[in-house]
Design a protein around this ligand. Structure first.
Ligand SMILES: Nc1nc2c(ncn2[C@@H]2O[C@H](COP(=O)(O)OP(=O)(O)OP(=O)(O)O)[C@@H](O)[C@H]2O)c(=O)[nH]1
Length: 596
């Protein structure tokens, strides 16, 4: 139909049949429908189309309204347009009611988490994060709520470093969270989006990871095992929005319990250490003269005084176990030697008693002979008395002689037993000192070294004499370990320590400073002399090879030699020797460098 008059006539007919009012808009629309020419949109209509398009793009939630609005505009169904717009501007009551509830929970949670102690997070740091979130997102309550929840999660998970990054990236701050579970989980909820399979799988994996993480806390907090087991069951079976919300609430309670229990454990640990410190201090006073215990107690005091480190405890345990085994053996020998001495002493006393008895009897007899002699003039009888006297005198002489020999022998044995006891006691004292030795090489350990250096430094302060501290580090030791094995490496260290000990003077000391590092203390030694001594050690090592599987292995070391400056602390001298040793390594290894 091309004739405009005919089109106009048809338009009026259609308006009447559709019972539409003959308004300009209706007329234009029907006219266009018949003629097939595009409708020239009115100003208001153009604005409405723009609004609809914006809603489609804005978010998944507004997109549906936008699309429906677009359809209503194109079919010119203005009542529907009005409906859609109202729906968008004034959402149904239940949607708006949910917000205050979520806010009260959120604020409660926020306050609780703000006051709870989180490792590595101060309250000031938390406040700072809170200020940033409030400053940036307070214009949009929904976004603000999400960001605040993200912030709380980051506190509980200890992700302090990522907090700033998250705050600065608006789209990243909230990872999907349990308390605000995404609609994709619950397809039955009104308005829910169809779940995406990949999201489902990811959520399942996350759930399983959470369950495993919870399982791993069972060992740490056995007292919470009932709660943890129930939570694990719930994590594995929670699928709906409601279930996940309930789970989130229980998890929050669980975190709180864990924090309380963790805090208790730390307090218990601190209390035990305090008790142990008191006990050790008291014991060390009680046994002030008991050298057997000095080494062990000193070691304990040192461990407790410093931050507890599992490696130090393990080292100490090894040394102590060795010392205790050796002390046990020596104690047994000492007990045996003491009981031998006791037996000897008692037999000694018995013999003395016998001797006294015998001499007492002899005196009595002599008295009776003297009376008999006084009461007779008979020569024959006097002859008999004399024979008896001679016999008794010979017997007592023999007995005295035998007793003298026996007593001498017993005395000798007693002396021997006493000497052995003394020897064992000295050895026992020395065993206690074993905790000052490095168990592998027999050189001093760090503790032993500290004591020697303190002693020598004090001596040098009283009576000014030079002291040399040399730091030796075996060259390419890692390669030796890698090619010959760790045990060969150990043997090489034992060999090195033995060569050093043999080459030094008795007044010098050698201690193991670290893995393959040794410190040598040369008292009363000038710098030139010290350098010469350490260079001599290098030559010794080229003469006394380390043998491994019948093959000669050359061990070399780099050394830094420092002369103690006036009033310098041991740590400072070591630091200078270390720098010089580092220079020796840098300039080709197997050399000795004097410290500045
Ligand atoms: N066998 C054995 N090896 C040890 C011991 N203590 C430390 N080590 C090893 O010593 C090696 C030291 O390696 P690095 O510090 O790289 O030094 P390096 O190989 O000697 O190299 P340079 O010092 O540059 O010459 C490491 O492999 C340690 O594992 C020990 O008691 N026994």
């Amino acid at each position: 139909m091309n004739n405009p008059a005919e089109i106009a006539r048809e338009t009026l007919k259609l308006l009447a049949s559709r019972k539409l009012a003959a308004t300009p808009n209706n007329y234009t629309a029907v006219y266009q429908e018949i003629s097939g020419e595009p409708v020239e949109a009115s100003g208001a209509e153009t604005i409405l189309v723009g609004v609809a398009q914006r809603l489609v793009k804005e978010s998944p939630k507004t997109s549906a309204i936008g699309k429906s609005l677009k359809q209503a505009i194109s079919s010119r169904d203005w009542a529907r347009c009005q409906n859609e717009l109202q729906h968008f501007l004034f959402p149904p009551a239940e949607q708006t009611k949910a917000a205050p509830l979520a806010w009260s929970d959120l604020i409660r949670d926020l306050l609780r988490q703000l006051e709870t102690t989180h490792k590595g997070l101060t309250i000031a740091r938390k406040r700072e994060g809170l200020e940033t979130v409030l400053g940036r997102f307070s214009s949009d309550p929904a976004v603000l709520s999400e960001k605040l929840q993200g912030l709380i999660r980051s506190w509980s998970s200890g992700q302090t470093e990522t907090l700033d990054a998250k705050v600065s990236n608006e789209t990243e701050i909230t990872a999907p969270q349990l308390s605000a579970a995404p609609a994709v989980i619950d397809t039955a909820s009104p308005g829910a989006t169809m779940p995406n399979l990949a999201d489902h799988a990811l959520l399942g994996q996350l759930g399983e990871l959470l369950a495993q993480t919870l399982e791993s806390t069972l060992q740490l907090h056995p007292e919470l095992s009932g709660e943890v087991t129930a939570l694990i069951g719930q994590v594995r079976t929670a699928h709906s929005h409601d279930q996940i919300n309930q789970l989130a609430e229980k998890l929050r309670h669980f975190w709180l319990h864990m924090e309380l229990h963790g805090g208790d454990k730390i307090k218990v640990q601190e209390g035990l250490i305090r008790l142990l410190r008191m006990l050790v201090e008291n014991v060390s006073e009680l046994v002030a003269d008991d050298k057997w215990l000095h080494g062990q107690i000193g070691m304990f005091q040192e461990i407790i005084a410093n931050p507890i480190d599992k490696h130090i405890i393990a080292d100490a345990e090894r040394s102590l176990r060795d010392a205790i085994i050796k002390q046990g053996l020596l104690q047994q020998s000492l007990t045996d030697a003491k009981s031998t001495l006791k037996t000897l002493m008692s037999s000694f006393i018995d013999r003395l008693g016998e001797l006294t008895d015998t001499t007492g009897e002899y005196h009595t007899k002599m008295e009776s002979y003297s009376q008999k002699i006084g009461g007779t003039d008979n020569l024959a009888e006097l002859g008999h008395i004399l024979d008896d006297i001679m016999q008794d005198t010979r017997t007592i002489q023999e007995s005295a002689l035998r007793s003298r020999d026996e007593l001498l022998a017993t005395r000798k044995q007693a002396d021997e037993a006493e000497r052995r006891i003394h020897e064992l006691e000295t050895e026992l004292e020395h065993v206690s000192e074993l905790v000052r030795e490095d168990q592998l090489t027999g050189a001093l350990n760090r503790r032993g070294l500290d004591e020697i250096m303190e002693r020598e430094y004090k001596r040098a302060d009283r009576n000014p004499t030079p002291i040399i501290i040399a730091l030796l580090d075996v060259d390419n030791f890692k390669r030796l370990n890698d090619t010959l094995g760790h045990q060969a490496g150990d043997q090489a260290l034992i060999h090195l320590a033995s060569v050093i000990k043999d080459a030094l003077r008795p007044s010098d000391s050698v201690g193991r400073y670290g893995g393959e590092e040794f410190i040598i203390v040369l008292p009363d030694t000038a710098l030139e002399e010290g350098i010469a001594t350490i260079s001599r050690l290098q030559r010794e090592l080229t003469k006394r090879f380390f043998m491994h599987n019948n093959e000669r292995q050359l061990i070399t070391f780099s050394a830094g030699v420092a002369l103690r400056s006036e009033n310098e602390t041991a740590d400072d001298t070591i630091a200078r020797a270390d720098q010089a040793m580092y220079l020796a390594k840098q300039t080709g290894k197997n050399r000795v460098v004097a410290a500045d």
